[in-house]
Design a protein around this ligand. Sequence first.
Ligand SMILES: NC(=O)C1=CN([C@@H]2O[C@H](COP(=O)(O)OP(=O)(O)OC[C@H]3O[C@@H](n4cnc5c(N)ncnc54)[C@H](OP(=O)(O)O)[C@@H]3O)[C@@H](O)[C@H]2O)C=CC1
Ligand SMILES: [Mg+2]
Length: 328
Amino acid sequence: RSCSGYVSRTRYLMRLREDDEACREALRSGNFLLYHKLAPLLQKTNSGVYKLACLKTSDLEHVLEKVGKDKHFVNESFLLGCTDKSEPQFSLEVGDLDRSALEQECRGMFVDLRKAFFMITGPESALVAKGQALLRWHQTNGFCSATGQPTVRNQSGSFRVCHSSGVTYYPKMAPVAIVLVSDGSRCLLARQAMFPPGMYSALSGFCDMGESLEEALHREVAEEVGLEVENLQYSGSQHWPFPQSSFMLACHATVNPDKTQVNIDTAELEDARWFSFEEITEALQKPPRNPKGEPPVFWVPPPYAIANQLIQEWANQQQLSRKRHGLK
Ligand SMILES: NC(=O)C1=CN([C@@H]2O[C@H](COP(=O)(O)OP(=O)(O)OC[C@H]3O[C@@H](n4cnc5c(N)ncnc54)[C@H](OP(=O)(O)O)[C@@H]3O)[C@@H](O)[C@H]2O)C=CC1
Ligand SMILES: [Mg+2]
């Protein structure tokens, strides 16, 4: 994509965020993601795969009319971004309207976001997560924490303000450190009791107030498995919508191969163990499945989760060093 195209789209979005009138105008040519009690609307394509449903303004107004809702309800939407063609994208919560009537009118279905992540792929995953996160934030920030008075949104939904205290509230993400610890030939994964059966993930934890990412990583690993890590290497970041918006900051780290004995904090973790390259490669190739009654098989978070990216990177790194050492 051309740089100037990106810059002009960014400036356009900036204007929509700041100018209520311009944002109301943009609603006339919008693309809308619908959520029913935070479950996004998906549609099945002709080839049988699911995609995120994206309604044009006129289609949305038509649907609203069919289910007996005033078309001005469109104005309740929140601005998410814009397409490559500078078409503004919005999210709208329709949880007060009849779910099955909407599904019928839109020829789609509302799917729990966790399930939706397994059904759609690519950039749509980040967009659908953002849409839900923004709706949730507005639903839970309707009152000023200083005065208890109602807060009022701007048209784009980029903030809420309390006219009594003058405080402006902006949508928030909580920073989380996530780290894949390696001892050189194995990597350390853990599971919480609430994870789906068999799933293990990289170690993670919320950053404390005033802490750096590096401090949070060292502390979390020490707290959860009793190990001291070194050689932190930044990998990437992502917004994670569950249970409330987290900002995941992902790193690799190593431990001394002579000091790998884990000492688990059982209040936080159900299990933590070292996995070999072979176990990891097998898990990365397996689709997640847990048929009832069968003992849970080991699997890792799906590709959309940044934990998966860390595990994938580690496996690639192992493969390279094995090649270098003449191993298979
Ligand atoms: N995208 C990805 O690949 C992954 C994402 N994650 C996400 O990272 C997040 C944190 O991971 P987790 O290991 O559970 O965190 P922690 O190890 O910090 O453990 C969670 C603890 O923090 C408390 N807590 C909840 N919210 C906050 C907050 N905003 N700030 C500070 N403490 C809080 C919880 O309390 P209590 O529950 O008792 O109220 C709980 O005791 C989770 O939301 C998880 O979904 C985790 C791994 C992979
Ligand atoms: Mg944790």
